[in-house]
Design a protein around this ligand. Structure first.
Ligand code: UTP
Length: 291
């Protein structure tokens, strides 16, 4: 049976962002910019470049700025037009035009699995991608596109994984199963933050998935785990018991922009990729390293 095309994506962005306090007291973590682009915009751009048409944003009470960012800002754009700053007006407008955004609220931060479940009314029976709102992946072929290709070829749910050094497995959800080729695994089980000695592999899940809608039923049956939260990893374990679940080692560099050092790493990497900024940033780095 041919697989159904993946047209929708969920971006969970309802978390409290406690690792980024005090910045996140009044500003959503996902709106913090990497140089001058809010991290959520980079995530939405990845989804759009992957062929996604509808983006379901799962937000929360204090996250209205995210919705505003993807809307038009008539006052700003009109003022820029009148001042003949058409290029800046177009930058602002193009964000509003970039995709069809559906915004839903997670009323309580009951975990990532619960946030994904909140998107069910907007996803229905279709397969869909998930992109975490603070995980950046810099790749020639967008990571989500790589996963969609696997989903559509294999007609099976797939999680994106990266190879991490053994001492770091305890920071991630880790997959275990049978290798089908050096980059593709048939997943039989998942372990959340295992000790290195208990990890079934070094394949870690950073924050990209393409899943069948069966995950919703699995999440409904998932009991709260660590910290009273409904974990997506636990829902994925149920999914792996019920249908084929694959793990694909994507090409690309991942930045955990929700962590302070990961954020600095991402900021430097993205700044150094911009020709108008790279020489200045290199000079600054030299200055600070000398000091
Ligand atoms: P994180 O644990 O990285 O985000 O969740 P957080 O909870 O916002 O941040 P810290 O740990 O307190 O600093 C990964 C992703 O899942 C979303 C977050 O917004 C983030 O994009 N999430 C998490 C939800 O949408 N709802 C939740 O209940 C929890």
């Amino acid at each position: 049976m041919a697989s159904i095309k993946v047209r929708k994506a969920v971006i969970p962005a309802a978390g409290l962002g406690t690792r980024f306090l005090p910045a996140t007291k009044a500003i959503p973590k996902e709106m913090i910019p990497i140089v001058d682009i809010p991290m959520i915009q980079l995530i939405v751009e990845e989804a759009v470049r992957s062929g996604i048409q509808d983006i379901v944003l799962v937000t929360a009470r204090h996250k209205g700025a995210i919705e505003d960012h993807f809307d038009f800002n008539y006052e700003l754009e009109d003022t820029l037009d009148k001042k003949n700053k058409k290029d800046l007006a177009e930058i602002s407008r193009s964000i509003g035009k970039s995709c069809n955004l559906i915004s839903l609220r997670q009323k309580n931060p009951l975990g990532l699995g619960h946030a994904v479940l909140c998107a069910e009314p907007a996803i229905g029976n279709e397969p869909f991608a998930i992109l975490l709102g603070d995980d950046l992946i810099d790749a020639k072929i967008p990571c989500t596109k790589q996963l969609i290709e696997v989903y559509e070829r294999e007609n099976a749910s797939v999680v994106g994984v990266m190879d991490v050094p053994s001492p770091e497995v305890s920071k991630y959800g880790i997959v275990g199963g049978k290798m089908l080729n050096p980059k593709l695994m048939e997943v039989s089980h998942l372990v959340e933050k295992p000790a290195p000695s208990a990890a079934p592999s070094c394949f870690a899940i950073p924050g990209r998935y393409v899943l069948s809608s069966k995950i919703f039923q699995c999440l409904k049956e998932t009991k709260p785990g660590k910290g009273g939260e409904i974990q997506l990893t636990d829902g994925l374990q149920l999914l792996a018991e019920r249908e084929r679940l694959l793990a694909y080692q994507f090409e690309g560099i991942r930045y955990d922009a929700g962590d302070r050092l990961g954020f600095i790493d991402a900021t430097l990497a993205y700044a150094l990729k911009r020709p108008e900024l790279a020489p200045g940033v290199q000079e600054l780095l030299k200055k600070h390293l000398k000091a």
